[in-house]
Design a protein around this ligand. Structure first.
Ligand SMILES: Cc1cc2nc3c(=O)[nH]c(=O)nc-3n(C[C@H](O)[C@H](O)[C@H](O)COP(=O)(O)OP(=O)(O)OC[C@H]3O[C@@H](n4cnc5c(N)ncnc54)[C@H](O)[C@@H]3O)c2cc1C
Length: 462
């Protein structure tokens, strides 16, 4: 929105492209000696303000682009570990690992434009995280250049050395140094990969189904269910609407069956469950899930919607630019909360966003899906858009975004499940981790970077 308004914020003065770790060290040391500011740049896909220099920064701002550090350095075939340079983009990670029969299994929606170092620095999650874990689980070791030194975290399956230095670097958003290498756990490319579509009669039924799957003997790679609004959005086609949002994709016979069962077709929720592994393993998981879905009133609709999802998954975000060109503001906010708090959190967030739209007098849209499941809870991912007044689009955006974020923390959720803190979410940090938690992080940053040369103003706004 700022770019479209011709309002160019404080941009970096210098961009540097180091070719190896020793050059990274040289740059870090010179930046600190010159009292300049260093902002590590991976793929540039962060959406929480993590890459922006403070608007009033008077010192020289250096952007260090890790793009030349783009190789898989070593694979430990015995242990299922790979050491990969931090600037490697998602497709290059998978291509290089794939040549040796391995996969990382980390596929964020930004996969094509984000890097391993960026994932680590923001505590990213991929869509198959139910099976492979979030990047915090996947990362076993790393190297990070700090002023005058290199931090080495050796790859270990587990350690009782605490507090965890590895965890301090995870999500550090460039504030503790530049990550140059990451040792990650990798998996053999699965024999079979399948995504099936399911329909639930309501959002409540969908959430209950996902919860039961998460604690069952089935361990799918993807568990995802959209609310009724997102379901109708997903099924919207260029064809003239028939009034029944799902009718274009599922057969008329199926619609009749659903109506006979008493389904309100406006409340239908689309779900995708992904399976990976050997054929027998996939078969067994499918059977367990089918029973659970049935128990919650849902049905299997087969591979078609799953294939559609697989094809479209990296494309949908581009709709943001389409909307921006037409005077609409659009963004996403996501959170995670325990299962017991998920439905009230959803209701509160919807109410808060709709109240903000009403306050602004704008027509708004908000929809949601559950995207990652855990033993004790899940991630809810909200997408919202509204037509702004053209006078104060950013002010209007802030009001809606803040209402959503506040509803998250007030309802027992975190400020973000996988988009990091940056500057956008920093206002909610204390409510998320308590004042002593903020004090601990502040102390860490102050000790490691007393001159505030390393990406200042992120996570803790000062
Ligand atoms: C369309 C879209 C979809 C998205 N979907 C997802 C998703 O599904 N899951 C998800 O987790 N995120 C998602 N994101 C958010 C974003 O992709 C993640 O935050 C990602 O991890 C950022 O990686 P990057 O390489 O682009 O890092 P950048 O955006 O370049 O940087 C992010 C932060 O990390 C720091 N950083 C980057 N590299 C290093 C390094 N080597 N050392 C130290 N600090 C470093 C930067 O200074 C900055 O603070 C999405 C974003 C978009 C635009």
């Amino acid at each position: 929105m700022r770019l479209r308004a011709g309002d160019i914020p404080r941009i970096p003065d210098v961009v540097v492209y180091p070719g190896d770790e020793s050059e990274v060290q040289l740059i870090v040391d010179r930046v600190v000696a010159a009292n300049a500011v260093l902002i590590p740049f991976g793929g540039g896909s962060n959406i929480s303000g993590s890459l922006e220099a403070p608007p009033d920064e008077t010192r020289t701002v250096v952007s260090i682009d890790l793009g030349r550090l783009n190789r898989v350095l070593e694979i430990d075939n015995d242990s299922g570990l790979a050491t990969i340079q931090a600037g490697t983009l998602g497709p290059d990670v998978e291509r290089q690992l794939g040549e040796h029969g391995w996969t990382l299994g980390h596929f964020p929606d930004s996969f094509t434009h984000s890097t391993l170092g960026g994932w680590v620095a923001t505590r990213s999650s991929g869509m198959q995280s139910d099976k492979y874990g979030d990047i915090a689980d996947i990362t076993r070791g790393l190297r990070a250049v700090m002023p005058g030194k290199v931090l080495v975290v050796r790859p270990l399956p587990h350690t009782s050395t605490g507090p965890s230095v590895r965890e301090m670097i995870l999500g550090s958003e460039g504030r503790l140094g530049v990550i140059t290498e990451v040792t990650v756990q990798v998996h053999r490319i699965p024999e079979k990969r399948l995504i099936l579509g399911y329909l639930f009669p309501s959002w409540d039924a969908g959430l209950a189904g996902m919860q039961e799957i998460s604690t069952s003997d089935a361990h799918p790679s993807i568990t995802r269910v959209s609310d009724a609004r997102e379901t109708s959005f997903s099924f919207a086609t260029r064809k003239k609407s028939t009034g029944i949002p799902i009718s274009s994709l599922v057969s008329k016979g199926l619609m009749k069956v659903l109506e006979r069962r008493g389904w309100d077709l406006e409340q239908v929720c689309l779900s995708f469950i992904g399976y990976e592994g050997g054929a027998a393993h996939v078969r067994r998981q499918k059977a367990i899930v089918k029973d659970i879905v049935g128990k919650h009133g849902g049905i299997v609709v087969g591979k078609g919607p799953g294939q559609l999802y697989d094809q479209k998954k990296f494309d949908t975000p581009y709709i943001r630019d389409y909307l921006l060109d037409r005077g609409a503001a659009a963004d996403v906010s996501e959170t995670a909360a325990p299962w017991s708090k998920l439905k009230p959190l959803y209701d509160n967030t919807m109410a808060a966003a709709n109240k903000a739209f009403a306050q602004l007098g704008v027509t708004g849209w908000i929809m949601c899906h559950l995207s990652h499941s855990y033993h004790s809870g899940a991630c809810l991912y909200f997408t919202f858009a509204f037509r702004h007044d053209g006078v104060d689009p950013l002010g209007q955006y802030d009001l809606v975004k803040s209402a959503i974020q506040q509803a998250f923390v007030d309802s027992g959720g975190t400020l973000s499940h996988h988009h990091a803190v940056g500057t956008e979410h920093a206002a909610w940090l204390e409510q998320d981790i308590s004042a002593p938690g903020v004090h601990m992080i502040d102390g860490l940053f102050a000790a490691m970077d007393p001159g505030q040369n390393l990406n200042p103003g992120k996570i803790i706004a000062k």
